[in-house]
Design a protein around this ligand. Sequence first.
Ligand code: 7RM
Length: 633
Amino acid sequence: MSKAWIRTAEAYEAACALAADNPKAFWAEIAAGFTWQENWEHVLEWDFQHHDVSWFRGGKLNITENCIDRHLADKGDTTAIIWEGNDPREQPEHISYKELHSRVGRYANVLKRQGVGKGDRVCLYMPMIPDLAIAVLACARIGAIHSVVFAGFSARSLADRINDAGAVAVLCSDGMYRGDKELAVKAVVDEALEECPGVNTVLVSKRTQWPVEMQVGRDHWYYEEALHVGDDCPAEPMESEDPLFILYTSGSTGKPKGVVHSCGGYMVYTGYTFRNVFQYESGDVFFCTADIGWITGHSYLLYGALLNGATTLMFEGVPTWPGPGRLWQIVDKYRVTHLYTAPTAIRALMTFGEDPVLSHNLHSLKVLGTVGEPINEEAWQWYHTHIGKGRCPIVDTWWQTETGGIMISGMAGVTDQKPAHAGLPLPGILPVLLSPDGQELTEPEAEGLLAIRFPWPSMIRTTFGDHQRCVDTYFKPFPGYYFTGDGARRDAKGMYRIIGRVDDVINVSGHRLGTAEIENAINHHPQVAESAVVGYPHDIKGQGIYAYVILKDGDAGDENLRGTILETVTEHIGKIARPDKVQFVPGLPKTRSGKIMRRILRKIAEGETEQLGDTSTLLDPGITALLIQGKIE
Ligand code: 7RM
């Protein structure tokens, strides 16, 4: 990929110019840097109206050959994955590319032996242990479509995702450790599978050594199955447009969507952006703190890093356990060169002051990155000064589950950086700002709705099982554009600052949640008549969750009821979706047509009581005063 490696601002400009001028030639040259079993016939065909897009059609490849096999000759003994356990006293693992090759091959053969094959959907529900990375790659090796579900989701969420994807197998562990918590994993899977008749295989990795229930014929210990197979598994030839994986993400309507990514385009784009955004060089150690259950873990902890023959660090635990210096201790211990984390983690660690930082050697760091939510200037400065010691560039990377890879971001040390700004688009990415009626704002300085006007290789292909939903969500709002759901500002130099979601999606600690999804969960509580959920600014989490709840006749809200509502949400979605504040209200601000005026609810949750805007269309204007009175601080 040498030609595709941008190391100077001039090379960045030149790449942008070529990509704008002749995008097919540009992407063909980058794609040529990967291993293809057969060459493609068409670089790009596209139609945004029906969202029918294909990249490198006719080409055949297997992403794992590019992630593993192609590095064996010169990097076989190089560490591919460093694994650091939850407990700092636990023995870490250093998995070389050679070892990764055989462990992935073995896992792939176990899947095959269970009858799992190309095109089958496989759900992974596992903590951050090596088997998670290995199992993901094993699916890709045989052409099975992986669907990783973050192990913090509840049994019900897991069951919904398994059923939506029509998964035939579930890969999990016995239990898990996360900070000071021990959590059952297999038991959650068992509960979920009561609702999932399509699953006929469960493979269980050992993590905690806890006894678990094993259903005969369906459930197998992975280590036992592994004894029956060899470790050589040929890479299944995949069409470029064959699906590689499904990843569920929240939207503004109730049910999470299964975002589908394809093999060829996803490989080309994540490989290209990993190298250029982070300026990764041979010998560097890349530490992405995201869980593989999110897109950041897929694209940069795993695929993007391995495509570049990098050493990637996988951490099972949390940044604040057993103490607030844990991340810095890991950086010190493994001589981490690249740290990629979320603003929420930085804000949380900032509250402990500099002592936990100063007791560790951070000299190895070269590049810092952030992702998942807007970073406020204060957190940016702290990261820059106290972690990067003023000498490490920060890349603020804006992208989405749907975009597959980083879209707007600086390239470390190559392009300009500006605090709290994601910066310039990457070569080949053509963002625009739109007015609410869909007009492009052509002035350099502008603020509007962020959309993209040309396809890129790793863009979402469909929403699993419901292509119309994909078209309606992303391509219908503004014909001719991919609509991101974010609002953004652009400065005179063309640098973007992402403001945040303009739809009913909230971003809590870098995790995307739909307000409708949380409302549905709350409404399952037997004493709840109706609810409305909004986000409000939260010092650490970026946004907190504020729930207004109307109880059924005669019920009074108290602490006990509040607790059981939180439990209902935990049960339906997971702990991450629990409201921070629950206010019991006699009614909601509704228009005559019955629409909840969320704008008013947001303002009240933010603490704004004076300027509520136009309330004349409210059915019962008196309700706002009652809401303000009972506001939860
Ligand atoms: C990678 C990821 C996507 C949403 C997106 C934004 C927000 C992500 C940034 C950001 C400001 C950033 N995928 N977002 N990165 N906002 N600056 N650098 O997070 O699908 O889970 O979320 O996250 O609102 O639409 S995601």
